[in-house]
Design a protein around this ligand. Structure first.
Ligand code: ADP
Ligand code: F6P
Length: 322
């Protein structure tokens, strides 16, 4: 298949580094003699034929910017047969021969459905959650955990000064990677994640008592949002220990900000690889990074993979948080 014009879109929750990926896609495609059309607001932009031509200079001065210059959206309509057909027809009308989709696993499913309907897609992992099975790295995760660490370091100052307990709710409805990685990096006493059931007495109260016995009077507890009611966890800690406890919900601050160097480099590698595939007429792939190498899989195969929670890291965090 001869691909002359590629489309690029960002979909689902935005993630720092998406712009670096868009930049790599545009620049690589132009170098390969292809044209690029930016689709705005994810799959909604395909349904509304909301496109913008992308030139070499359209992507200047964005490598350092969080968010996505192409905007992003969640688009329920795209999941209906009618919406999907409109998207496919609009791809034809806009002259798009292949599409780079940057998003999370929902967006990957959308890319699979388009691929099955004859629009060759290459999907790049873009989500702060790091919850995509076909890759060890997702665009946005590194920046998000660094943001959490910076915020928790600040909380530690005030917690320590007041002998308090800080409960920090981080993002991740179904995945505990943000909690686990930021928790270990900021020295949390306890990390709660949706993948591992917890015991309030053993994992929180006993640990706090042991810490008190050894002369430390402040505590950091990091909880992924998917674990449940963090306000209730905080209230219960205070009620059962008598230690003043405060909840901080970091929220969407975790999704913003300038991408880290790692993010910019990996997003550039992924974007380059995606276009190289399409330039060889290869579509229906998901691209990722494993053991620091860029890899790609058939989109159906990629979607069938199961993500494993890093129990080894979780156990290390437990062992050294005393
Ligand atoms: P993310 O890509 O970050 O996981 P979502 O799950 O919200 O975010 O998915 C982004 C968009 O991808 C959705 O709004 C929808 O348009 C499309 N999408 C999600 N799930 C599917 C699915 N099962 N089949 C087809 N398209 C989907
Ligand atoms: O998938 C990314 C993510 O930031 C999750 O961590 C979080 O649960 C969700 O999106 C928040 O979604 P919204 O932007 O709709 O509030």
């Amino acid at each position: 298949m001869d691909i002359k014009t590629i489309g690029v879109l960002t979909s689902g929750g935005d993630a720092p580094g998406m712009n670096a990926a868009i930049r790599a896609v545009v620049r690589t495609a132009i170098s390969e003699g292809m044209s690029v059309t930016g689709i705005r607001r994810g799959y909604m932009g395909l349904i509304n034929a909301d496109s913008v031509p992308m030139q070499m200079r359209s992507v200047s001065d964005i490598i350092n910017r969080g968010g996505t210059i192409l905007y992003t959206a969640r688009c329920p309509e795209f999941k209906t047969e009618e919406g999907m057909q409109t998207a496919v027809e609009n791809c034809r009308k806009m002259g798009i021969d292949g599409l780079v989709v940057i998003g999370g696993d929902g967006s990957f499913r959308g890319a699979r459905d388009l691929s099955l309907r004859g629009v060759p897609c290459v999907a790049l992992p873009g989500t702060i959650d790091n919850d995509i099975a076909s890759t060890e790295y997702t665009i946005g995760f590194d920046t998000a955990i660094n943001t959490v660490v910076e915020m928790v370091d600040r909380l530690r100052d005030t917690s320590q000064s007041h002998d308090r307990c800080s409960v920090v709710e981080v993002m991740g409805r179904g995945a505990g990677d943000i909690a686990l990685h930021s928790g270990i990096a900021c020295g949390a006493l306890t990390i709660l994640v949706p993948e591992v059931a917890y015991n309030f007495e053993r994992d929180i109260l006993q640990k706090m008592r042991n810490t008190l016995k050894t002369g430390k009077h402040h505590f950091i507890i990091v909880v992924a949002e998917g674990v449940g009611n963090t306000a209730e966890i905080t209230r219960r800690i205070e009620a059962e220990t008598g230690i003043v406890s405060r909840l901080t919900v970091l929220g969407h601050v975790q999704r913003g900000g300038s991408p880290t160097a790692l993010e910019r480099i990996n997003a550039s590698r992924l974007g380059y690889h995606a276009v190289k595939l399409l330039s060889q007429g290869i579509g229906n792939r998901v691209v990722g990074i494993r053991q620091d190498r860029v890899v790609d899989y058939d989109i159906l195969e990629g979607l069938q993979m199961k993500k494993k929670f890093d129990m080894e890291l979780y156990n290390i965090a437990n062992a050294i948080s005393l």
